[in-house]
Design a protein around this ligand. Structure first.
Ligand SMILES: *Cc1c(COP(=O)(O)O)cnc(C)c1O
Length: 370
């Protein structure tokens, strides 16, 4: 009889962890919900796609290059990032999306009995990686939809290794300004690792928004995350990175998986960095469509929460999972927010005007029917 002693093999923290269920591919969803068009407004992708500089590199890719392993440490990309941010190439680690570098940092610093601190309503991957790796994730409630610095400091104990701050926060769009972030880093005073996830920083125009890259020298315990998935429109290629002081990055590097970043992703990311016009165009679209949504949602009498970033949260007078399904049957895919601990809220990514009109039309329709 084939046999495996599973019960005796599984750590408790794995047994108690529910796997994340990804959504099905578009054609399957369209069959399931009976729609012939699908607007994906659930993942904050750039509706303009990758910048033309990156498109060209992707289009020119020569299939025989697939035979060779990529640069194991994204050599040229790190060199370019170092020039762009006036840091050393060794201060960068590139991963298979920023998601992968989250795991690098947790593995590098946490051991049995340690904990990490983050907010209860933020990007959930910090919490998930800590939990399924056997570490406690201490979740501090948001205050006025933003990260609560004082409460996070209060939650620190002798086993706290890392504090994760999402700036601006996904999904609420709030951010710590430079003064607020400096104050927090000063209070931590080098005793813990502070990660600032800047996945949406390229969308922010406010002059008081802090540029983490420029704080690394002053705060060597600061680790900054960036990604090519959002502003740079390369989510499908999976590439993101972290930056930090040479001594901190030297430690994190030990937990890196080499060759996890493919050839095409490295080339496309490198090219994307030299297209600033793409950022200008994307910001203009996001600004115009956010204004459109704000006006439409207000006239429907719905409460919203938005700030920086390419997404808006909407509070519905109905269950968000039900709203998700009804919107899907209209060909509009949003993010239901119960998983983010925001029951009855949805998050909608900013898309092209046609997609925003489709969303507003579908939402009006499903609300009328409840
Ligand atoms: C999308 C996102 C990321 C990670 O994206 P990758 O695609 O893994 O690079 C990280 N943090 C936040 C807050 C995000 O929204």
């Amino acid at each position: 009889m084939p046999y495996v002693n599973l019960a005796g093999l599984i750590p408790d923290y794995i047994k108690n962890f529910d796997p994340y269920i990804p959504s099905k591919p578009d054609p399957e969803l369209m069959k399931l919900y009976g729609c012939d068009k699908l607007y994906r407004l659930n993942n904050n992708e750039n509706p303009l796609g990758p910048p033309p500089t990156a498109r060209e590199v992707i289009g020119r890719f020569e299939p025989p290059r697939s035979v060779l392993y990529p640069s194991g440490d994204s050599y040229y990309l790190r060199k370019r990032l170092a020039e762009k941010y006036a840091l050393d190439p060794d201060q960068f680690l590139v991963g298979n999306g920023a998601n992968e570098v989250i795991a690098f940092v947790i593995k590098a610093f946490c051991q049995e009995g340690d904990n990490i601190i983050t907010a209860d309503k933020t990007f959930a991957v910090y919490e998930w990686v800590a939990s399924f790796s056997g570490f406690q994730a201490r979740l501090v409630p948001l205050k006025d939809f933003g990260f609560d610095a004082a409460a996070m400091l209060d939650a620190v104990d002798e086993r706290t290794k890392i504090l994760f701050v999402c700036n601006p926060n996904n999904p609420t769009g709030t951010y710590w300004d430079e003064q607020g972030l400096r104050r927090f880093l000063t209070r931590i005073n080098g005793s813990r690792i502070v990660v600032v996830d800047e996945a949406y920083c390229e969308f922010v125009e406010s002059p008081d928004f802090p540029d983490g890259m420029r704080l690394i020298e002053e705060f060597p315990n600061l680790v900054v995350f960036r990604t090519f998935s959002k502003m740079y429109g390369l989510a499908g290629l999976r590439i993101g990175y972290l930056a930090g002081s040479p001594e901190v990055v030297d430690i994190i590097r030990r937990t890196c998986v080499v060759y996890s970043v493919n050839v095409l992703a490295q080339d496309a990311a490198l090219a994307a960095l030299s297209d600033d016009e793409h950022i200008v165009r994307t910001r203009a679209l996001v600004k115009a469509e956010k204004a459109y949504l704000a006006a439409e949602l207000a006239s429907m009498g719905l409460m919203t929460q938005s700030g920086e970033g390419c997404f808006v949260m909407v509070r519905l007078p109905m269950n968000d999972t039900l709203a998700y399904r009804r919107l899907m049957s209209h060909g509009v895919m949003v993010r239901s927010m119960t998983g983010f601990r925001f029951p009855n809220w949805i998050r909608v990514s900013i898309g092209r005007h046609e997609a925003m009109e489709a969303f507003i039309g579908a939402l009006g329709d499903i609300l009328e029917r409840t």
